[in-house]
Design a protein around this ligand. Structure first.
Ligand SMILES: NC(=O)c1ccc[n+]([C@@H]2O[C@H](COP(=O)([O-])OP(=O)(O)OC[C@H]3O[C@@H](n4cnc5c(N)ncnc54)[C@H](OP(=O)(O)O)[C@@H]3O)[C@@H](O)[C@H]2O)c1
Length: 328
């Protein structure tokens, strides 16, 4: 079988397209013949070696996969069933989805929800799932469209574009925050952004608090941008922290929390418990299914093109989602 495998090289861990024996896959009682995967920031870190994602090596890369059950000793799944797996340390501790077969314990598998194809499930992948989880957590904490616009940072990335589309679909007014206003502005407005602004527009000029122009935020960046975002949120708004594309650091004060009642919600998609996971996937196949899925995931590539796209993701020149056709 073919696999994009992370191996140790003299320059550190790197992804290499290789062949391997199916029987050498990490343990599990269900084998999936894979159909699609997709490329997340974490996959790009793993494949390029920009981050140590694969905690043991060699290990197949890929945090997401969809496909068809090949064999199973788990009663819930039978040969031919269409399924998906996202997170659960795929590509980190277990052989991941950028391969022709995946073997996992049955409890990690989600049945493909009605309303999604195997391709659509991976066009969404962890990025779509994470955007859906952020919106669900914000709504659970009383975020409502009438409270005002919601910022989305890292807007032209996978999570960002899905967050914009889904927020707009749910009746919110998403404001895209991108370093690439000139080149990505039209595309972001086309998927539902009500405004497109640069991160500089959120600067607090060293103050802990600024004008309360926004009712909430979904932040993919961390660092200074997240600190600035917190200072602009209206009382009782929610900020979902999903990423660290700019920095893992967060230097802020407690003022947004104790003077405005702002909530900082942590989003951890990898180990999302199964009941919540299934309800989010149902939502992604139904009321939150992105209106512009094909436009956001405009590119489908083969395994041999993965390394180049991963380099573009790390360079910050990629936009949207790239799906990987694993049988191409
Ligand atoms: N918490 C979770 O469970 C979870 C799940 C999925 C992803 N994540 C994290 O969420 C983040 C986004 O993931 P993704 O898959 O959407 O990544 P992506 O497709 O690469 O998008 C990230 C976006 O952030 C902006 N960006 C990239 N590098 C930057 C930098 N150095 N400084 C400022 N902005 C930068 C770019 O948008 P602009 O050019 O438009 O500014 C880029 O398109 C990553 O940190 C990822 O690890 C977390």
């Amino acid at each position: 079988m073919r696999a994009l495998r992370i191996i140790d090289t003299d320059d550190g861990p790197r992804g290499r397209l290789t062949t391997m024996d199916r029987h050498d896959l990490t343990d599990g009682n269900v084998v999936i013949r894979t159909s699609y995967s997709s490329l997340n920031y974490k996959d790009a870190l793993a494949v390029t070696g920009a981050g140590k994602i694969a905690r043991k090596r060699p290990l197949n890369a890929g945090v997401d996969v969809s496909g068809v059950i090949e064999s199973s000793t788990d009663d819930r799944f039978a040969k031919g069933d269409e399924v998906l797996v996202t997170g659960w340390f795929l590509g980190e501790k277990r052989d991941g989805g950028l391969a022709e077969y995946v073997q996992v314990p049955g409890e990690l598998i989600t049945a493909l929800p009605q309303g999604l194809t195997l391709w659509e499930a991976m066009a969404l992948g962890t990025a779509g799932f994470t955007a859906g989880m952020a919106i669900q957590r914000m709504r659970d904490n009383s975020q409502a469209p009438g409270h005002g616009p919601v910022l989305v940072t890292g807007a032209s990335g996978g999570v960002g574009m899905f967050a914009i589309d889904m927020l707009a679909r749910a009746g919110f007014s998403p404001v895209a925050v991108t370093r690439r206003v000139d080149t990505q502005g039209d595309a972001l407005r086309a998927i539902g952004a009500s405004q497109v602004i640069s991160p500089d527009a959120l600067s607090l000029d060293g103050k802990p608090l600024g004008e309360t122009s926004y009712a909430g935020a979904i932040d993919a960046l961390g660092g200074e941008v997240l600190a600035n975002v917190l200072g602009h949120i209206k009382p009782y708004g929610n900020v979902a922290a999903i990423g660290l594309a700019a920095s893992p650091q967060l230097a802020t004060t407690v003022l947004p929390f104790i003077l405005r009642g702002v909530s900082l919600l942590g989003i951890h998609s990898v180990e999302c418990p199964t009941p919540l996971r299934e309800s989010i996937w149902q939502s992604l196949a139904g009321d939150l299914k992105p209106t512009h899925l094909q436009r956001i995931a405009a590119s489908t590539i083969g395994l041999d093109e993965v390394a180049d796209v991963c380099s573009a993701i790390i360079a910050g020149t990629h936009s949207g989602r790239t799906v990987v056709d694993l049988q191409r």
